[in-house]
Design a protein around this ligand. Sequence first.
Ligand SMILES: [Zn+2]
Length: 155
Amino acid sequence: MTRFIADTMLGKLALWMRIMGFDVEYHNSIEDEALIERALVEDRLLLTRDTLLVRRRRLRGRVVFIESDHLEDQLRQVVSLFGYPEGGFLKRCLRCNTLLEDIDREAVKGKVPPYVYTTQKRFSRCPSCGRIYWAGTHREKMARRLKAILGKDLL
Ligand SMILES: [Zn+2]
């Protein structure tokens, strides 16, 4: 599966691609040179809104110009080029892009709000930053938004 790195202007796109299950590295503050270096070293395709960055020699064949300023159109462009990541919906840490691990409910006691602990059965955790995730209503909200944009049910 293609791995990506998004430029600083594409934070929202990076987040929504992670929600869908794409592997997308993102830094909200990074110099162009460092961004190019990360793309090459990590073998990631660079997504950018920067017309100068697109023309950089070192990135030949490893860069995609994102045409629109609007998230909806950006997501449609990504899907038209790369399709959907399989079975990846909400399987990544939205903060740091790491794949989540399932954890026992007992293990999150005291680490999530009591109401959440009482009402949720399944939890997962980011092995990198430690953030804990549960299904909740945001899951359906995100799926609904993606369905409205892309016409496909990812749940
Ligand atoms: Zn994380």
